[in-house]
Ligand binder design. Structure first.
Ligand SMILES: Cc1cc2nc3c(=O)[nH]c(=O)nc-3n(C[C@H](O)[C@H](O)[C@H](O)COP(=O)(O)O)c2cc1C
Length: 203
């Protein structure tokens, strides 16, 4: 038994070292931004400047959408009273009471595709959300995606607080501010999550 186990352990170690050695080196600000983004849930009282809000919205609307339908609407929330009303119904952990800005990316069902393809809005607005998170990080801000859709009660609470009409569905609320915490980046790379050409097949 030992005769088989020892070489197997050595092989596994060698393979994992090989993965690490082969991690590509990059010098690219866009990739650095992707690899260093982390969810930030605590913020200083410093206000986010209007030009940064504008850039984040532009980043959101630069996202790809199915057939370029752009079935979205972005609600910018910077009124303390509205943020407090949202905090009062909020179910998520982050400190909304400390954050001075939220962007709520919504699906606009009046612009979405018909029938079974309508649901593509979720992917479209998710792509926009990730763009906003990356833009926030690139601008020295901290942000976190807090989920609303498909939790019906969250969608209803947020819609009431933000005065959304029926065809505007909030996907999530992105809380944004200057970071008051520096969370460590989570290592997520796992080659076991990848197959080549056929499921379960290695290179
Ligand atoms: C669909 C979705 C919903 C999320 N909802 C919440 C939430 O309600 N509260 C929260 O604190 N974080 C939420 N997050 C953030 C995740 O917890 C976070 O992205 C994950 O732990 C990975 O950490 P990272 O963003 O630092 O890499 C959500 C993320 C996604 C994509």
């Amino acid at each position: 038994m030992k005769k088989i186990l020892v070489p197997l352990v050595i092989l596994a170690l060698a393979l994992s070292c090989k993965e690490r050695q082969e991690a590509p080196q990059w010098q690219n600000p866009a990739l650095d931004n992707i690899f260093t983004r982390v969810s930030v849930r605590d913020y200083t009282s410093q206000k986010v400047e209007a030009d940064k809000v504008d850039l984040m919205l532009r980043a959101g609307m630069a996202a790809p959408t199915a057939r370029n339908t752009q079935p979205w609407h972005f609600l910018v929330v910077d009124d303390r009273a509205v943020l407090d009303a949202f905090a009062a119904v909020n179910f998520n952990k982050p400190k909304i009471d400390k954050c001075a800005l939220a962007i709520v990316p919504c699906g606009d069902l009046s612009k979405a595709m018909e029938g079974v393809e309508q649901e593509f809005w979720v992917q479209d607005v998710s792509a926009a959300t990730e763009n906003i998170l990356l833009a926030a990080h690139a601008l020295g801000l901290g942000a976190v995606w807090t989920g609303l859709y498909p939790r019906q009660e969250r969608v209803e609470d947020a819609s009431r607080v933000f005065g959304l009409p029926e065809h505007i569905v909030p996907l999530c609320a992105i809380l944004i501010g200057y970071p008051a915490e520096q969370p460590a980046v989570k290592e997520k790379w796992n080659p076991l999550n990848v197959s080549y050409n056929q499921f379960g097949q290695g290179r």
